[in-house]
Design a protein around this ligand. Structure first.
Ligand code: AFP
Length: 336
């Protein structure tokens, strides 16, 4: 690797100077970076460190926790409390807000410590997703109301992908940049500057085992893709499903595509499958910043006003023209 590459720390310092900001933002990102490196290390050691299997507990969503879910959550809470940037944190794995006492942190951190954890035991890519909000003036950081801000309010968002290589991909609202971890040096280097999602694609991702529950506009979209060259799209599509949103979004940021986890007849009561604050909003911020689109099918994801920390939402994101087609199918179905 060329020694001329810039590190993630250098990139953050450059951004700080460019925007005329204080060092607060660089400091808070530093804690996230350190936590992601530590989680990457634990994921990488896998069975050698006894890190596989289930923890014997359930999270707030009633889902079985993996050993690494619990470990990654502890690492993220601990490392991000040390720097003093955050007044409070909220995790997909925790019932309530975690207040960071003894500092005057001005930011709030939301995270999914190990997304796609059903993939851990079979050695498929997993990741950490994070989203940073400002602590509103006079808000009580111990109250979830401080966190209930629409995705448009995010200061920064990103993910770490623990795959064949570990990557950190982030946005501060000024494009999307990807960094690869050099394990020997112990630092992330800029390897994917200005990531962009092409407007068109021939690849879609959806859990097709749920087809019988889908709403008509989703069925229509998928059937059009499956019809290939002979159908209304006039081209053949390929399908992927990793069951790890970080890996799916990373693929879309690298080569385009569309990812769907719709509200369907089976998950409707819960509002969908994916979590608005820990998954949908940060990924929507990244995808929009890379030139793509992110919708529930009926509303821009980042415009959804959250009513609860653990709220779920329909997600359709990726190549702009595909998401627009999905939105148009929903509009037609709803009679608009
Ligand atoms: P886990 O973190 O519980 O494995 O869930 C992962 C996830 O939230 C998201 O990353 C995937 O896209 C989606 O769930 C997979 O859902 P299916 O179980 O329907 O494949």
């Amino acid at each position: 690797m060329s020694y001329r590459r810039i590190t993630l720390t250098h990139y953050l310092l450059q951004e700080q100077r460019r925007l005329g900001r204080s060092g607060a933002f660089t400091a808070l990102m530093h804690d996230i970076i350190t936590a992601c490196k530590m989680i990457s290390h634990e994921v990488n050691r896998g069975a050698m460190a006894g890190n596989l299997g289930t923890a014997g507990s359930e999270n707030v969503q009633g889902e079985e926790q993996k050993t690494l879910d619990v470990l990654a959550n502890d690492i993220f809470l601990h490392m991000n409390a040390l720097g003093g940037s955050y007044a409070a944190m909220a995790s997909e794995e925790l019932d309530d807000v975690h207040v960071v006492h003894g500092n005057d942190g001005r930011y709030l951190l939301l995270f999914d410590p190990l997304d796609g954890s059903s993939n851990i035991d079979v050695d498929i890519s997993v990741g950490t997703i994070f989203s940073v909000l400002r602590l509103p003036e006079n808000a009580n950081p111990g109250h979830k109301g401080a966190f209930l801000q629409a995705g448009m309010q995010q200061v920064c968002a990103g993910y770490a992908l623990y795959g064949p290589s570990t990557m950190l991909v982030m946005t501060t609202g000024n494009g999307v940049n990807g960094f690869t971890l050099d394990r020997d040096v112990g630092m992330f280097f800029l390897t994917h500057p200005n990531m962009t999602v092409p407007a068109d694609t021939k690849e879609f991702a959806i859990n097709a085992s749920r087809a019988r529950f889908w709403e008509p506009p989703v069925k229509r979209y998928v059937e059009e893709c499956q019809a290939g060259k002979e159908g209304p799209r006039g081209k053949d599509f390929n399908m992927r499903w990793v069951a790890s949103m970080v890996a799916e979004v990373h693929r879309i940021l690298v080569r385009g595509g569309v990812f769907l986890y719709p509200v369907d007849a089976e998950n409707r009561k819960k509002g969908g499958k994916l979590r608005l604050m820990y998954e949908a909003n940060p990924m929507a911020f990244l995808i929009e910043q890379a030139g793509g689109a992110a919708s529930t099918g009926r509303e821009r994801i980042m415009a959804v006003e959250p009513g609860d920390l653990h709220q779920r939402v329909a997600v359709m994101l990726g190549s702009k023209n595909e998401v627009e087609r999905l939105v148009s199918h929903h509009r037609e179905f709803d009679g608009g």
